[in-house]
Design a protein. Structure first.
Length: 279
């Protein structure tokens, strides 16, 4: 991932917040402020990943439209190279610059197979790269390019349809994953602010005499240590829950990073806020 201006801004602002938190190191607000600083540093990278995933999905959809336009043009008897030049001015969203570059290369006399290879490298998408490789090989072999293009368009369409069907079928599991995490978080907060203080209150009644003997209560954990432990627990649970949700919904763990970030952000803000208000 290329570090852009927005990333440096996030790093700078986050570093400033972290430095500011050092002046509040002995206050209840310390963990909230330093956590916000760390999240500010991470957020631009997460948003970039989400944007890149969205652009990749748009490219796949637009490539399907591009392939269909080529099929229509080639079936009228127009050579594939000429067809690419004819459709270059149509709107293909984030794929448009790549299509125009492909058309310009063909007009400059670069072989179609080489131009398609460059397009594959520029787009950097596995599904599109496979389709472009097939088109290039078919053009070299001199087969019925129209039928091959139609088959490629059908394959891309089927793949896109299966992804959408899977996403729709899994959407309920994603919602369930979020609900389970929120229930887990509520249970942790109830334990932290209701159950454990009651137990510690009972233990602080003093030594209990039994048959002339006394049993000591021993050392106790400070409230701040307990709050930090529950916060770490929620953050770890949010991170791995997000990865699982991403794997179920989109088929790869990398897609779960955005869910992990969302769950960790929610858990951190709620837990840190509760510690300030109720702690």
């Amino acid at each position: 991932m290329e570090i852009k201006k927005s990333h440096w801004i996030g790093i700078g602002v986050g570093a400033g917040i972290i430095i500011l938190s050092l002046f509040l190191i002995n206050t209840k607000s310390f963990f909230l402020i330093i956590g916000l600083g760390i999240l500010t540093v991470i957020a631009p990278f997460i948003f970039t990943m989400i944007h890149e995933a969205k652009v990749a999905s748009e490219k796949e959809e637009m490539f399907l439209e591009f392939a269909r336009n080529l099929v229509e043009s080639v079936k009228t008897g127009t050579p594939i190279s000429k067809s690419i030049i004819n459709v270059k001015d149509k709107q293909y969203g984030s794929l448009s610059p790549h299509i125009k570059k492909l058309s310009n290369q063909i007009q400059m006399g670069i072989p179609l197979s080489s131009a398609l290879r460059v397009l594959s490298e520029d787009v950097n998408n596995k599904a599109i790269s496979r389709a472009l490789t097939l088109i290039g090989q078919a053009e070299k072999a001199g087969g019925e390019i129209g039928e091959i293009l139609e088959a490629v368009a059908e394959a891309v369409s089927t793949s896109d349809k299966l992804k959408k069907e899977r996403k729709a079928a899994i959407s309920t599991l994603v919602i369930q994953g979020y609900i389970i995490f929120f229930v887990f978080m509520i249970i942790i907060l109830i334990m932290q602010f209701q159950i454990l203080p009651m137990v510690s209150g009972i233990s602080e009644l003093g030594d209990v005499g039994i048959g002339g003997l006394s049993v000591g209560t021993g050392s106790s954990i400070s409230q701040q240590e307990m709050a930090n432990s529950f916060l770490y627990l929620l953050m770890i649970q949010g991170f791995f829950s997000g990865l699982v949700i991403g794997k179920l919904s989109e088929g790869n763990i990398k897609s779960g990073i955005k869910h992990s970030f969302a769950l960790m952000l929610i858990a951190f803000l709620i837990s840190a806020g509760a510690n300030i208000i109720l702690g």
